[in-house]
Design a protein. Structure first.
Length: 469
């Protein structure tokens, strides 16, 4: 019966190990020993390996009494039932052990640090538990501790001070759902001599949980730390929104970062001179920017795909025409600027060629409605209705035909734009010129008739002709 129990527990343990990141090697709760020799209490503890290894299931170690007479080297506690465990209590009960293994438990906290020196204790394994954190100085007093294996728990962050012990050399941390954050994990980048980070034996096997699910921890923390440093040189806020492996690879140098930089409402008069490398989304709403030429000239904008320029003073985007940036953008938001027209042909060209563009915002600008610009603009809007997200807010601000004012440009008819306009636009410069030329012709003809009549009557040549030699 007992053998059966042990075997079953063994199987459960191994399945458990398949969980987060899983410790692949033989699971600490798998007992190969065919039969227990010591039967104590509910016989949940037993010895193997020539009585040097004590196995206890549940919290039975408390009941175990061998009166300190035996030379125990290893204690394994499996299936611990409670949310917390007092390691100090275990070592005071077995003061001579070299190795302590806690595995396959629902344990979430260690109730205490090690307070006294269990100087023989060299290895501690706490794996396959739901341990969420370690108190500072947990192991500080263990003068003999060399190896600490806390893989496959539920640790999301760890204070390096919790990993300090005088002789600790080797720390294993894989299989935990690490929260890849600058604040809590930057210490892992400190590889100076004697640092805790240097003692971590499986740096490359650490992975992030949410929000960079499954990405390797060290390079992600590296990216975040660089980003923080670069961001501190700006007036903006920066956030690493996404990291993806190039070609599906996730090795150190193969990650692509997507950074969102927010420089909104910073009183900027110009596009910022510097933004963090790898900025793909840039928010600069609510400033007083008028000039977009830095997009073409400043390489920091090379990777900006989504640009939000709402509520600035931009009156023209003609200069973007033909630029690399313009050919590749994904989102361009120019709401609430001073645009009266735009290079429709250039837009059409870009939208036709580039598969990138997904959103364009052009509302709340003082658009001109006239027969010159509007028909082309209207064609553009109608052709890319899905792309232009605020199409109903693109309205006429100045129009010769006052009835068109504040109407969505898309909905105007060609007649509304052009014919009715021509009725009221006789003061247009070209028309003025036409009227002027027509009246000149009439005047000259009149003069000719008058001169002819005058010559017939008086025989006098007109004054001008008389003067010509
Ligand atoms: C251990 O101590 C208990 C009493 O505390 C005693 O009954 C028992 O016989 C002792 N066992 C050994 C193996 O010395
Ligand atoms: C841990 O908790 C789960 C349910 O929350 C339970 O099924 C399982 O038996 C527990 N394991 C141990 C070792 O207490
Ligand atoms: C790196 O670790 C060493 C040794 O632990 C420490 O003295 C140093 O202050 C750390 N450096 C930084 C930048 O945190
Ligand atoms: C960030 O940008 C720099 C410079 O453009 C580039 O060399 C680097 O590969 C980028 N890093 C990531 C993680 O995308
Ligand atoms: C950008 O920052 C401003 C103020 O600092 C904030 O109001 C706004 O919500 C932020 N925008 C984004 C997209 O995070």
């Amino acid at each position: 019966m007992r053998i059966l129990t042990v075997a079953v527990i063994g199987i459960l343990c191994c399945e458990y190990a398949g969980g987060y990141g899983g410790v692949k090697e033989s699971h600490p709760c798998t007992v190969h020993h065919p039969r227990g020799r010591e039967i104590v209490g509910e016989d949940e503890c037993f010895l193997t390996d020539g009585d040097q290894h004590l196995w206890c299931f549940g919290d039975s170690y408390r009941l175990w009494s061998h009166n300190g007479s035996i030379d125990l080297r290893t204690v394994t506690i499996c299936n611990w039932l409670h949310p917390s465990i007092d390691l100090q209590d275990i070592v005071s009960k077995f003061p001579k052990i070299r190795k302590l293994i806690i595995a396959n438990s629902n344990l979430t906290t260690l109730s205490k640090s090690f307070s006294s020196d269990a100087k023989h204790l060299e290895k501690i394994h706490i794996t396959g538990t739901r341990l969420q954190g370690l108190p500072r100085d947990t192991f500080k007093h263990l003068s003999g501790l060399k190896i600490l294996d806390i893989r496959s728990n539920a640790l999301t962050e760890i204070d390096p001070a919790a990993l300090v012990a005088p002789r600790l050399q080797h720390i294993l941390l894989a299989g935990n759902p690490w929260k890849c954050e600058d604040k809590t994990m930057t210490w892992i980048l400190n590889m100076t001599h004697g640092s805790v980070a240097r003692k971590i034996g499986d740096r490359d096997k650490l992975h992030c949980a949410h929000p960079y699910e499954g990405r390797p921890l060290v390079p992600v923390v590296e990216i975040i730390a660089t980003l923080r440093e670069e961001c501190s040189r700006t007036v903006c806020e920066c956030e690493l929104v996404y990291v993806v492996g190039r070609l599906g690879k996730q090795t150190q140098r193969n990650l692509i970062a997507f950074v969102s930089t927010n420089c909104s409402h910073r009183g900027l008069r110009e596009m910022p001179e510097f933004i963090p490398a790898n900025t793909t989304t840039l928010w600069v709403d609510g400033n007083q920017i008028t000039d977009l030429s830095p997009l073409l000239t400043n390489p920091v904008y090379g990777q900006v795909l989504d640009l939000y320029l709402d509520n600035n003073g931009i009156a023209s985007i003609n200069q973007l025409e033909g630029s690399v940036w313009f050919d590749n953008f994904r989102v361009l938001s120019l709401r609430g600027n001073k645009l009266t027209d735009l290079p429709t042909y250039a837009f059409e060209n870009v939208l036709l060629k580039s598969g990138n563009a997904v959103s364009l915002y052009l509302g709340d600008n003082p658009w001109t409605c006239d027969c010159l610009f509007t028909p082309g603009f209207q064609d553009l809007l109608r052709r890319y209705t899905k792309l232009v997200k605020d199409i109903n807010e693109i309205r006429c601000h100045s129009a010769k035909n006052f009835e068109n004012l504040d109407k969505p440009i898309r909905d105007l008819t060609r007649t509304e734009i052009c014919i009715s306009e021509s009725e009221t636009t006789w003061l247009y410069p070209l028309d003025v010129l036409n009227v002027f030329l027509a009246s000149m012709i009439i005047f000259i003809l009149g003069k000719l008739v008058y001169d002819y009549w005058s010559f017939k009557r008086t025989g006098k040549l007109p004054w001008l002709v008389a003067k010509i030699p």
